[in-house]
Design a protein around this ligand. Structure first.
Ligand code: C5P
Length: 227
C-alpha cells in the first residue's frame, strides 16, 4: 500500500449533482494536483459486477469483484474528459448513466466493498497534492486532510445540472425521472450505516445553488490558500 501522509489533500464531498466533479477538476488543474474521482471507482465496480451478472446485494461476491477489477484513469490527449478504463475496456460513457449510478449506490452500501476499495483510493495520495471528490473523502478515506469542503445545492438544481450533462452526451433522460433518481440516491447514500453522506465536522460547507462555477472554484481555492 502506498500512503503518503505528508502530501496535502483537499476533500470535496457532497451529493450527486452538487458540482463536485466539475469543481474538483477545475481546482486540481489550478493547483496542479492529482485528482481522485471516487464515484467513478464505485460506478466501475457496479458496472463490472453487472457484466459478471453478480447479485448486487451479495457483499462478498461484489467485494471480490471490487478487489479484482482493474480500474485506470487516463488523461485524454485533447484535454477532454478523463477516460475510465475497466479491465482494459473504455467504459467512460457506460458508467455515467443513471442505471450505473444506481448500481454504484447499491454496491457502495456494502461494507466489504468499501473496505476492498480503500487502498485503491489511498494510493492516489501522491505529491504535490490530491483533490479527492466523493461522499466520504473527508470523513473516512482522508480524515486527516488539511482542507475539506462539502458542496450542496437544491435537489431541483442538481437534477437540472445532471439533465444538461446527460443530454449533452446524447443520453435519453427526463428531468422528472432524474429528480426522482437523485432523491432516491441521496436518501440511500445518507441513510446507509457505513460511511453515510455527511459533511466532516471540520469541512467548510458551500451551497452552490445559483452560483456560477468560477465563483465556487474561487471559494474552494480560498479554503486551500487561507491555510
Ligand atoms: O459521485 P457519483 O455520482 O459518481 O457516485 C456514484 C455513487 O457512488 C454515489 O451515489 C454513492 O453511492 C457512491 N459513492 C460512495 N462513496 C464515494 C463516492 C461515491 O458511496 N466516495
Amino acid at each position: 500500500m502506498t500512503t503518503n501522509d505528508s502530501v496535502p489533500v483537499l476533500t470535496i464531498d457532497g451529493p450527486s449533482g452538487s458540482g463536485k466533479g466539475t469543481i474538483a477538476r477545475a481546482v486540481a488543474d489550478r493547483l496542479d494536483w492529482h485528482m481522485l474521482d471516487s464515484g467513478a471507482i464505485y460506478r466501475a465496480v457496479g458496472y463490472a459486477a453487472g457484466l459478471k451478472d453478480l447479485d448486487l446485494s451479495d457483499a462478498e461476491a461484489v467485494a471480490r469483484c471490487a478487489a479484482e477489477t482493474r480500474i485506470e484513469f487516463r488523461a485524454p490527449g485533447d484535454g477532454g474528459e478523463t477516460r475510465v478504463i475497466i479491465d482494459g475496456q473504455d467504459a467512460t460513457d457506460a458508467i455515467r448513466t443513471e442505471t450505473a449510478g444506481a448500481a454504484a449506490s447499491a454496491i457502495a452500501a456494502l461494507p466489504p466493498v468499501r473496505k476492498a476499495l480503500m487502498d485503491k483510493q489511498l494510493a492516489f495520495r501522491q505529491p504535490p497534492g490530491l483533490v479527492a471528490d466523493g461522499r466520504d473523502m473527508g470523513t473516512v478515506i482522508f480524515p486527516d486532510a488539511p482542507f475539506k469542503v462539502f458542496l450542496t445545492a437544491s435537489a431541483t438544481e442538481r437534477a437540472e445540472r445532471r439533465y444538461k450533462q446527460l443530454k449533452a452526451k446524447g443520453l435519453a433522460v427526463t428531468l422528472t425521472s432524474l429528480l426522482h433518481e437523485i432523491e432516491l440516491r441521496d436518501a440511500r447514500d445518507a441513510s446507509r450505516t457505513v460511511a453515510p453522506l455527511r459533511p466532516a465536522v471540520d469541512a467548510v460547507v458551500i451551497d452552490t445553488t445559483g452560483q456560477p462555477i468560477p465563483a465556487v472554484v474561487a471559494e474552494v481555492l480560498a479554503v486551500v490558500r487561507k491555510a
